[in-house]
Ligand binder design. Structure first.
Ligand code: GUN
Length: 283
């Protein structure tokens, strides 16, 4: 019998704790402000940015949106970031990805000063995470860790298999699981005999970006399956990287899509915005 991991419940718990701290900072005359930049008209990015703004409202974080047209020049975006870096009222900055193809994403990410990089995408902050010297961790991977810890799922010594090696999820996920003393294998779309690895996994984190990629035959009885994927199925419905209906019966715990990892990414973003605000104010 599997247990469903409820990302909405855990994210509400985290946002509640952030809200309490934002209120007590407010009593000291400190407010937290997050600047969110969106370039172009990508509908998925618009949904994510709206959700981030809603989470800011729920936690008492001030949000500022900078919506720039698709044809914005890279130099213009870099100059907005420079302005926000120097704005004492702004504590956190994020630029929603993907960016239009004429803009160099890496250049933009690294232009955000590390002290305000709440996504933890900049090379300085990624490096700090890998050496274990950090105040903020990548939102989605940290959200996965928070989910597992909330349900008291042990990580130490466990065989964890990550499917996907992106800079946003797969790689930082490996770093955080290693820090928890898990044994980590990072697989990806070109891994030979993927099932060999996944069938031995106590915990699978699927972040490959392919709908229903993880099937029941790939999963060990009693495994924990965390699905980071957000895809659309043939009917336009949201679905993850895991064939949920068939995989769930083999699991001890499994995350649904939606309602699993998605809400956690934003909850950790709020937590990160609080953390950088405290650091900047020596709290
Ligand atoms: N695009 C997809 N996920 C993310 C995220 O976590 N942060 C930003 N800035 N862009 C994204």
């Amino acid at each position: 019998m599997y247990r469903l991991i409820d990302g909405k419940e855990v994210s509400n718990y985290i946002k509640g704790k952030v809200r309490d701290e934002i209120i007590s900072l407010g009593e000291k005359g400190i407010k937290a402000t997050l600047a969110v930049i969106i370039v172009g008209n990508d509908p998925a990015s618009r949904v994510y940015v709206n959700n981030k703004k809603r989470a800011c409202e729920a936690t008492g974080i001030v949000s500022r949106e900078y919506a720039l047209p698709e044809e914005t020049a890279e130099a213009e975006l870099l100059s907005l970031i420079a302005e926000l870096n120097n704005d004492k009222e702004v504590n956190g900055i994020l630029c929603q990805l993907p960016l239009p193809s004429h803009i160099d994403e890496k250049k933009v990410i690294d232009a955000i000063c590390p002290e305000k990089d709440v996504d933890v995408f900049s090379e300085v902050n990624v490096g700090k995470m890998w050496v274990g010297d950090y105040d903020v961790a990548s939102c989605t991977p940290k959200g996965v860790i928070e989910l597992l810890e909330y349900y008291d799922i042990p990580l130490e010594g466990k065989n964890c298999v990550i499917i996907g090696r992106s800079n946003i999820v797969g790689k930082p996920m490996a770093s955080l699981l290693l820090e928890k003393n898990a044994t980590v294998t990072v697989c990806h779309s070109r891994t030979t005999d993927l099932s060999f690895f996944t069938r031995n996994a106590d915990i699978i984190v699927a972040a490959v970006g392919r709908k229903r990629f993880v099937t029941a035959d790939m999963v060990k009885e009693g495994a924990v399956v965390v699905d980071v994927g957000i895809n659309r199925d043939e009917n336009g419905k949201l679905c993850g990287d895991v064939d949920f209906e068939n995989v769930k019966e083999k699991c001890s715990y499994i995350t649904p899509v939606p309602g699993g990892c998605g809400p956690m990414t934003i909850a950790v973003l709020m937590k990160n915005t609080l953390a950088v605000t405290k650091k900047q104010n020596n709290v």
